[in-house]
Design a protein around this ligand. Structure first.
Ligand SMILES: [Ca+2]
Ligand SMILES: [Ca+2]
Length: 235
């Protein structure tokens, strides 16, 4: 009986201490939430580049513009076994880049330095990553260009098994609020680029071999840029 009571006390103390630790860390960083991963999921860990400091405040507005958020991004959970599946995979595009090489989009270098930027000319353009087989995709992280405060327009991400996307694929992001790209009105936000990249979470996963990303210029000029794209998934 004593053993049982001791066990009960220990367990109670353990829960109490865990709560206390959680509360202390909350006090240190109010942005962090004391959350535990959903069953069978783990936090997606990303390697982030150095932030860019400086530049001029942004003078831009659109009906679906997301105010800048300086807080840490909340954790995003993916199924256990989810890994980076895009590194060094083949990349194609709608047009030849005017700066850099397409392979730099999946080389793991995320610094904002101009030698790391891949630039496509003005207009609606796309890049496409071939994962070389079908995966269940749970997250796509995109760094267009985070030197200064830029907002990219008609940012649309679609996933499919047809390299030509004749069926349009399955859209997982679309911030084209006025349907100028002709792929449907998007409900997602326009946002200011930063070193954290844009994390597109796909909670239930989406199946596909090809990931195509569109954009149509940014608030600073008409060009389209990519520093890095990372796709996370599992077979
Ligand atoms: Ca890169
Ligand atoms: Ca538009």
């Amino acid at each position: 009986m004593n053993t049982y009571r001791n066990l009960l006390v220990s367990v109670t103390l353990l829960f109490f201490s865990l709560g206390l630790i959680c509360n202390i860390s909350l006090a240190q960083n109010e942005n962090e939430k004391c959350t535990t991963p959903p069953s069978g999921k783990v936090e997606l860990k990303l390697e982030l580049p150095e932030p860019f400091f400086g530049g001029t405040p942004i003078d831009y507005y659109s009906p679906n513009f997301e105010p800048e958020d300086y807080k840490d991004r909340p954790p995003y959970y993916v199924p256990e076994g989810t890994v980076l599946i895009s590194r060094d995979k083949p990349v194609t595009s709608s047009v030849t880049p005017t700066r850099g090489q397409l392979k730099q989009i999946v080389d793991g270098i995320k610094d904002y330095g101009k030698k790391h930027v891949v630039e496509l000319p003005e207009g609606l353009q796309w890049i496409q990553i071939d994962l070389e087989k079908e995966y269940n995709i749970y997250a796509i992280v995109v760094w267009h260009f985070h030197e200064g405060k830029r907002v990219y327009h008609d940012f649309i991400v679609t996933v499919g098994n047809d390299p030509d996307f004749k069926d349009g694929g399955k859209q997982v992001y679309n911030n084209d609020y006025d349907n100028s790209a002709g792929m449907g009105v998007g409900k997602d936000k326009e946002y200011v680029e930063n070193h954290k990249g844009r994390l597109i979470g796909i909670d239930d996963g989406v199946k596909g071999r090809y990931v195509r990303l569109y954009s149509n210029g940014n608030n600073a000029n008409d060009m389209n840029h990519y520093i890095e794209v990372e796709i996370y998934g599992k077979e």
